[in-house]
Design a protein. Sequence first.
Length: 158
Amino acid sequence: MSFEEEWAGLKADATARMQLNQVPTYDPDASPTGADLVVHDDELGKIGHFAFRLRNNLKADGAHARTTTKAAGTSLTSDGFETGKALTSAATTWAKQVGALLDACAHISNHLDYTQASKKRDDEWIAAQVSVSKISEYFEVPDKNTRPSVPRPQGPIM
């Protein structure tokens, strides 16, 4: 068996096993073209707004929890309890973890804002290209391989 025959057999076997492009979609909002990723602007807006609200609430509630935990730790430490040091350490760790969550929420919100703007720019560019292609159907477009003709002067040359 030659390499080409073996390679063709392996490719055919792999293609038969790969079902990703042939999986039926059961999403009622699926694209009529069969695309599996359909995002509506209002959905992006809701998710982005929810992430923004979550970040604002988490910032306030996280700060409150850190402040009260640190105050309790300081109070217990001054009273001679070892638990106070642990609470103060927990408050420091809490602040770092809340900061990471705040950054994640801001990243989600900002990314969705960017995605909306990018999608809008892409749609506008596609619309402009489609309208240009429709207009260009009505014009005679010279072949790229032909040389432009220069008119020759008429009449006597002095």
